[in-house]
Write a protein that binds this ligand. Sequence first.
Ligand code: PHE
Length: 341
Amino acid sequence: MDLEELKKKALDAIKEAKDELDLTNIRNRFLSKKSEINQKLGGLKDLNEAERKTYGQAINEARGAITNAFNKKFQDLKAYNLNLKLKREKIDITLPGASHHLLGTNPIYLVENEIIHIFLGMGYSVYEGSDVETDHFNFELMNIPQDHPAREMQDTFYINNSLLLRTHTSPAQAHAMAEAHGGPVRIICPGKCFRRDDDDLIHSHQFKQIEGLLIDKKINLGNLEKTLETFVKKLFGEKREIRMRSSYFPFTEPSVEVDVSCDKCGGKGCPVCKGSGYLEILGAGIVNPRVLELNGYDPNEYSGFAFGIGLERVAILKYGVDDIRRFYTNDIRFLNEFKRR
Ligand code: PHE
């Protein structure tokens, strides 16, 4: 093919090229070693010097033109593809977004967070327990041996002979004591508990507690009372009073049931508090010396107090909820009541 014709053909092909594959084929055909134009260069040696010079120049000029056109087209295609990509992937930030409805926070979490903050303010740290416990931690180390009648009170979900869903957050006490290696402890442990309860307005087979444990030297019932009074006044308001009634737990001695004065009647007695003037919110007591021993402490050196707060009970009182099951059913109308708190 004559040089001019070859050049025109190459330039036309470059112009027509639609993508990089086309361009690669064109380069192979017109600019590779075996291309016609390079063969023409090879043929120069058969010409005389004057011819060689002019024809050689012409070939180089043609090859240069093809190379330039090729490079330009390559850049153009690249820019074109980039633009296409940008256009396709364009995000219109002015479009309205998908709307999310932010619901109110479940009141269980509201009171949980509030209680955690109150105790953090008193120097406690949060200890995380686990939902599945061993019989050893849930019962034995809490001074509830096999065949102890207190096991009866905590109808239990067993996983096998030694594993169960914890019936209270108290096993966290044993874990925290083990980690403290016989030294002082000041923890709270929020968490789920499970009992094979028949569900009703105030009972559920799954519920939440916040366990508290303080161990140090010379801890007495007065320390416990003041701590719980401070807690109750912070949570429910300065006007509320607490009352301690004697009770029984295997892991505390003496044990108390703590009531808070009724908000409705201020302690005089009304239908809300069933005439008593008080409402029960937690169990507590001085750590039983036997529990200290079981968990590696010398009861002559250390003493402590422990408490277990029922979160549902507190939320029911604080927000006037009429049925414990409302906490678990995710009814949007119920949750929205707590939007602004
Ligand atoms: N573990 C007890 C319960 O679940 C509550 C409690 C905790 C009582 C700590 C005393 C001390 O009923």
